[in-house]
Design a protein around this ligand. Structure first.
Ligand SMILES: NC(=O)c1ccc[n+]([C@@H]2O[C@H](COP(=O)([O-])OP(=O)(O)OC[C@H]3O[C@@H](n4cnc5c(N)ncnc54)[C@H](O)[C@@H]3O)[C@@H](O)[C@H]2O)c1
Ligand SMILES: [Zn+2]
Length: 324
């Protein structure tokens, strides 16, 4: 299975199945390197975990590339989850003003979400993804066999983003389903369509991908990015934002219960203690880089399969919806 994502700076070929990565300088997640030593031979190892999306690793990788004699024609091969994809993508965006890279996602989240769309970034102590760029890979090579070693909790983490895609635009994906190549492909196809319609997230179209994320990001930030995985925080966020949508009369009644049921069936959390302290979450939402103008912005469902960016939402309404 194969598709192309056409973006202004580059067209990315996504290949799902047996395709092997091209030649290049391999940068690989340390855990993946342990599990697949053949892939790690001669590679630059990136310590596993979000902490590697740092200025420090960013600097270190640039230095390693210089030491390896990488030039403007060199190509990087990023093997790992979203952390390695985001970090290596951003290194590729800046090394000698930008070189090509290929992405080999090894987590479900990276396969269905982070490796498509061109966003690359690292974190600052002040917040996540604060330094970054749009720099799509030349190719994304997806080998679903990597999922055979992925811990079940990490699989559910990726499923949260697949279900999100279902909730916002593709009812077929809004049910927990076995993770097959077809399911992965369908999720990517959805992301491709959204990204191509609004590459730089300026038209309010790509923003629908943030369903569940306004609250999800706030929860992650308040927790200091510990305890919950991103997909788990987003699951809690989706359940809460579905409720918010109903409270505001934007979301069809009954949708929140349905969203909650589906998430629960997929083994994802739908509630969190922090929801009983909405003021704390709202403080974080205000400083989220996606906030704008008066009130808060949320991507809210009209019904399952349909979502729109809504701006100017009053904080008092959010407090009310979260407390209930
Ligand atoms: N660029 C985007 O559009 C975008 C979108 C969503 C998320 N992200 C970013 O993605 C990151 C999260 O990505 P993630 O969930 O893939 O996390 P991750 O990259 O940290 O991987 C999760 C864990 O799984 C391990 N692992 C990876 N592949 C494995 C395999 N095949 N078998 C066993 N273990 C494996 C890793 O070592 C790690 O410990 C976050 O930094 C987030 O900001 C980016
Ligand atoms: Zn997400």
């Amino acid at each position: 299975m194969r598709l192309e994502v056409r973006q202004a700076s580059r067209t990315t070929t996504v290949e799902l199945g047996e395709a092997k990565p091209a030649d290049g300088i391999v940068l690989i997640d340390s855990r993946v390197a342990e599990l697949y030593p053949d892939l790690a031979r001669g590679a630059i190892i990136v310590p596993r975990g979000e902490r590697s999306k740092s200025l420090r690793q960013f600097g270190r990788l640039h230095a390693e590339l210089v030491a390896k004699g990488a030039n403007r024609k060199s190509q990087l091969i990023a093997i790992g989850g979203g952390v390695v994809g985001d970090l290596v993508g951003f290194v590729a965006a800046t090394y000698m003003r930008g070189i090509a890279y290929e992405s080999v996602p090894t987590t479900l989240l990276a396969m269905v979400d982070s490796s498509v769309g061109g966003k690359v970034a690292i974190d600052l102590p002040e917040g996540k993804n604060l330094v970054g760029s749009f720099w799509p890979p030349t190719r994304v090579t997806i080998q679903p066999q990597f999922l055979s070693t992925l811990p079940p909790r990490q699989v559910r983490n990726g499923l949260a983003e697949v279900l999100k895609m279902g909730f916002i635009r593709d009812p077929f994906l809004a049910e927990p389903r076995p993770v097959t190549a077809e399911l992965i492909f369908r999720a990517i196809k959805n992301k491709q369509e959204v990204v191509e319609a609004d590459e730089f997230e300026t038209l309010g179209i790509r923003a629908i991908l943030n369903f569940g994320h306004t609250i999800g990001h706030a929860i992650e930030a308040v927790l200091g990015y510990r305890g919950l995985l991103h997909g788990e925080a987003v699951a809690v966020g989706m359940a809460a934002e579905a409720k918010l949508g109903e409270t505001l009369g934007i979301t069809e009644p009954g949708t929140a219960a349905e969203v909650g049921r589906i998430l629960h069936q997929a083994g994802l959390p739908t509630s969190h203690l922090l929801l009983s302290d909405p003021e704390r979450l709202i403080d974080r939402m205000r400083s989220d880089k996606k906030a704008e103008g008066n009130g808060l912005a949320f991507s809210l469902l009209n019904r399952i399969g349909e979502c729109k960016l809504q701006t100017g939402i009053r904080e008092s309404d959010v407090v009310r919806a979260l407390r209930d």
